[in-house]
Design a binder for this molecule. Structure first.
Ligand code: SF4
Length: 78
């Protein structure tokens, strides 16, 4: 969705869903709140969190990457 209109499904984007509140990609237009990255936000939240959301990405990143402290310290010595 862009300010000039939507290219999805014959020009009709879907508005953001409840979970999109606080996301940096949601934007307010004359006809409501839309996502600038995805034409149908409800699909993005169907299987867990939206992968494009700016307000949940931090939580996902902290769970997903585990660093081995021993290897990390060795890397630092090089
Ligand atoms: S990027 Fe995801 S969370 Fe953000 S507004 Fe779009 S659909 Fe919603």
């Amino acid at each position: 969705m862009t300010a000039s209109g939507c290219s999805y499904n014959g020009g009709s984007c879907h508005q953001v869903v409840e979970s999109c509140k606080g996301c940096g990609r949601s934007m307010e237009l004359a006809s409501g709140w839309y996502c600038s990255a995805c034409p149908e936000p409800s699909l993005k939240w169907k299987n867990g969190s939206c992968n494009l959301a700016t307000h949940v990405s931090v939580a996902v990143a902290s769970n997903g990457t585990k660093i081995n402290p021993l290897k990390a310290s060795k890397r630092g010595q090089r």
